[in-house]
Every structure is written in structure tokens, then in C-alpha cells.
Design a protein around this ligand. Sequence first.
Ligand code: FES
Length: 357
Amino acid sequence: MADFYKLRIKDIYKETKDTSVVTFDVPDALHEQFKFSQGQHLTLKTIINGEDVRRSYSLCSSPFDNEWKVAVKEIPGGKFSTFVNSTLKTGDELEVMVPSGTFGVKCNAETGKNYLFFAAGSGITPILSMIKAHLAAEPHSTCKLFYVNKTAKSIIFKEELEQLRNTHFGRLEIYYFLTKERRDIELFNGRFDDNKMSVLTNTFIDIPDTNEVFLCGPEQMVNYVSNYLVEAGLPKENIHFELFVSGLSEEDIKRQERLAKQEVEGTEVTIIDGGKEFNFTMTKDFDNILDAALNAGADLPFACKGGVCSTCKCEVKSGEVEMKINYALEADELAQNYVLSCQAVPITKKVIVDFDV
Ligand code: FES
């Protein structure tokens, strides 16, 4: 079931010119449901001009602080982000889904790990939550953050990061890179490229001593940096990422085109949700299971509808589907037959999918 809870805005402030930080008032009775781990996100919902608009935002607070905070950067033309940055105020209410998502690794006080983080712009939000959590819960762990922004003024959470660096002296290193302002040290000007990565991996990063890497930002940056690190010797399974999708790869476009021609009309779909079964027959007006099911009256969880957030994840119990794009599920989830219903196109005449996962 798509469980949304009405939460009051406890506080909202501008962190930078175009980014608002929203703190939710989660009543004691809901603390258990809203428990989260670093790297998870909240899906927010509101009605804007009569339209049900939903977006997912990563929590930037620490799971150990009993605080639920997200940062929303205004995207030109973005319905939800504009609403948050220009209309939403303290005391208002928003519908919020319980935290979800699989970005992040468990804290373990016994082990000392060395974490690397690469973030660009508002990609810092899940990363900040992870840095806070690992520093607080793992006394022997260290964190290094490589953080790209346009200008010094647009650095989101600069103050908070500096405070963390002071509080956990010697355990957090931060390197800022600016793309639209020049600084004296050339290394810190511009995006990550071969020159920079070569200096970073030879000087600041000890590859054999690195345990986990997290990247969050535009697809191009995430792909480039993770490939570089794999070539430099970091095991792929220790590199985790979350993408801001800016465009589709050639391969994605081809698959989408092929699946657009897939005959879906007449497919019998069974949805299992909340322990109940719901059956409908797909028509050719829909090219994914989520939209067809919502139209048939099912109440299912979703947010981005772009293959990014994984809110619409379900398990294929019977039949086969193919996904148009997948930016959210990892190889082990695919191996367990999980799919993103917003991207899932049936390729057999009968499909059973389970949302109780
Ligand atoms: S709704 Fe976000 S991946 Fe499907």
C-alpha cells in the first residue's frame, strides 16, 4: 500500500539561494514507522493545481538524531521543487511516505572503515547523512569527501560540514571543487577529469585501504568517477551510487524503442499488495505495469516514474517483464526478480507481481 502520513513542517530555511531545507515534525507515535538508515529517502506528495505531484528527496539528517530533514533544490520549471522553495512554510502539512531506499551500508561500531564520498550539488544530501552516521557510530572509521559545486556560495551544507570536520577532528577530510569560480590551486577548479583523478588517486586516496565508495550526482560524473576507480583497482561491489538522471544512454534509448513496440494489450496482470490480489487486463494505452495498474484503480507506491527512486519496486512472481530503464536496482536485486514497476513492460501474456517486498 502507498502509505502516506500527513506531517507538519517544523522548520524550513534557505540553505543557499535556491535550496530549502525542510524539517518534518514526526509525532512520537510514528517514530517507529519513520525509522530510517543513512542514504534513504522520503517521498513527498502534494496537490499542485489539482495534480497529484510526488517527488523523492534523500534525508540529510543522521538516523541517530531523531530528526527528519530533506534539502530541496529548485529546478527551473520543476513543479515540486518550486512549490517547496517559494510557497511551503513552517506549520504547513505535506503527505510523506515512510523512508525507503537501499543506498548506504550498515553502521558497525566494531569495524573501522575508510569511506570515500563523491558528491555534486544537491547530491550531498544522502552523503551528509552517511558521513554523520558513520562518524558518530563507528569511532574507528574515516571519511573523505570530494564535493563539486558551481561557486563557493552555492555549496550546500558548507557550515554543517565544517562543523563535522571540527567535531571529528582528523576523521573527516573535505575537498571542495568549484566549476564557475577560480581558485589559486588549479586542482580544485573544474569537474573531475583524468588529471584530477590521477592526482587524487595518487595523493589523497589510498585505493587498497578504501572500503566503501559512495557517489551521488549527475550520471556523467557518477559513471566517469566510478569507472576510473574500478580501473584504479577498487572492487566494483564496493562502489555504490545514486544518480540524477540527465539523459539516456544509446543502449537505453534502443531498449526503450524496442519495448515501445512490445504488444502489451490483453496481458493479464495480477498485483499482490497488502496481502490482497488485484487483477486487470492491460490495454495498449499503457506501456508499463504501474501506470496500467493505477489506471485500473490500484493504490500503489510511486514517486519519480523515471526509474530512479525505486519506490515502485516489486517482485515478479510469475511471467516475465523487461525494464525500459533502471537506475535504481542493483545486480543482486535483479537476480531476485525485483523490477521497477514504472519501467516494467510485460513480455508474457500473464504476469504476477508482488509489492509486499
Ligand atoms: S517510481 Fe521511481 S523508480 Fe519507479
